[in-house]
Design a binder for this molecule. Structure first.
Ligand code: ATP
Length: 423
């Protein structure tokens, strides 16, 4: 079935408001076997008429968002009714609901709010428990100007996300299920997260095996900071087989599925093994600890977090030998290792993570250009500390984000495969 979305709202085109409805609807339509074939974003006003007319004959289902409110630019309801030749009639139940909502807020009904109780005859009201404007569903109807042509199933949904989302789940989803019954193939999507490899390397390694899972399987790749997401769309068996292929192809690098973050994975592993961590950060400015503390329950795994930006702090708080700093510089394998070891000794945590690097834009040299970062892990696990050198040619904030993810990944690999991260 061909589904289109029309998002209305001048603020969306001015860049004041991010169009989150598209992402929300796209994600929630997929489990119903529906894909968004086309999306249009238009300003408030009369242009909705042309936009809707264009979908007739092309789309089976159209979802329109926004423009159902009480102000003069909210005309989606009136225009849709006009296009389909449906008279607007005041709906007593909607009127009562609006009045009750206003009464609870000690506000009076006026002509503008009353407009929202006008319902095109033949449409189905989708009640709004979180706002005044109801949504509307129009089943396919012969077009007044050419009765041989039928309109698509049209849904009008309110703009505010806190109103649209519950209305979608409570009212739109069941209607779509019955419209689609037997006409769409149910599909699921899973995202597999892989850290520390490039997009093309990931694709080269798994693509043939994944495509062999069936003609209907869909694969996509998305490069993020320090990670690549492999998106697979298929049935439940295909997704499980895809997971096994990815896990076997990247035993060290595959770390999470769907929305799970690196920090959630690390906290989960620390909890599972009953271990703790402390951090000694320089260039990441506390971002490693910040990520860990974003995860609920972090207090049971994070002992202490140092931000030792100046050399003096590295010496006094972590016990980094001044001679080491003088000989190798603060951004070096040796200092990174000493930071992790010092942190481990001082905190009593099972693991200590360290990071030191040059975020830029100044401070680089030929030997250590801007973007150079060392990350280290020391542990009470009978293995020596590990230090890795990375080069992250990124802006300052992205550098910190990427370095903090790589540091957490180093800890993750140490937790799961202590032998392989040594040396
Ligand atoms: P209202 O009764 O609030 O006027 P409405 O149905 O007329 O509801 P709009 O006026 O179009 O909706 O939008 C109301 C608010 O909802 C916008 O100011 C914006 O913050 C939010 N909104 C609208 N469309 C979107 C969207 N596509 N993505 C995210 N937020 C949106």
């Amino acid at each position: 079935m061909h589904l289109e979305i029309i998002n209305t709202g001048t603020e969306l085109l001015l860049g004041n408001t991010l169009n989150t409805h598209l992402a929300y609807l796209g994600e929630n339509l997929l489990p119903l076997g529906l894909r968004v074939d086309r999306q249009l974003c238009i300003p408030d006003g009369d242009i909705i008429r042309t936009a809707l007319l264009e979908t007739v004959g092309r789309a089976d289902i159209v979802i329109v968002t926004g423009g159902l409110g009480p102000t003069s630019d909210d005309i989606t309801r009136e225009i849709t009714a006009g296009l389909l030749g449906l008279p607007l009639v005041e709906n007593a139940e909607v009127f009562d609901r609006i009045q009750e909502r206003l009464r609870r807020r000690h506000r009076e009904m006026n002509t503008n709010t009353r407009r929202q109780a006008m319902v095109p005859s033949g449409s189905i009201v989708l009640h709004n428990d979180h706002g005044t404007a109801p949504g509307l569903y129009f089943p396919p109807l012969p077009m007044p100007e050419n009765p041989a042509v039928t309109s698509p199933h049209i849904f009008l949904l309110p703009g505010p996300p806190r109103e649209l989302k519950p209305m979608f789940t409570d009212a739109v989803e069941p209607l779509l299920r019955s419209i689609c019954a037997g006409r769409t193939k149910l599909a699921q999507m899973r995202n597999f997260h892989i850290c520390g490899l490039g997009e093309s390397e990931v694709a080269r390694t798994v693509e043939t095996a994944l495509l062999a899972l069936g003609d209907d399987i869909e694969i996509g790749y998305c490069a993020r900071l320090s990670e690549v997401i492999v998106r697979v769309i298929g049935n439940a068996e295909q997704l499980e087989a895809a997971r096994m292929i990815i896990a076997a192809s990247f035993p060290m690098r595959f770390f999470a599925e769907n929305e799970q973050t690196m920090e959630e994975t690390v906290v989960e592993l620390l909890k599972k093994f009953g271990r703790t961590v402390a951090t000694a950060e320089s260039c990441t400015g506390g971002m490693i600890a910040n990520r860990i503390t974003n995860v609920p329950g972090a207090s049971s795994v994070l002992n202490e977090a140092y931000v030792t930006y100046a050399n003096d702090a590295k010496i006094s708080l972590l016990g980094v030998p001044p001679a080491l700093l003088a000989e190798h510089g603060a951004v070096s394998h040796e200092v990174c290792e000493a930071m992790a070891k010092g942190c481990l000794e001082r905190t009593g945590a099972t693991y200590a993570l360290s990071a030191t690097g040059i975020a830029g834009p100044d401070g680089g040299s030929e030997e250590k250009p801007v973007g150079t970062v060392f990350i280290g892990v020391a542990a009470h696990d009978n293995h020596p500390p590990t230090v890795e050198k990375h080069f992250l040619n990124l802006d300052r904030l992205s550098f910190k984000q990427a370095a903090s993810i790589l540091a957490l990944d180093l800890l993750r690999r140490r937790l799961v495969h202590p032998q392989s991260t040594v040396g």
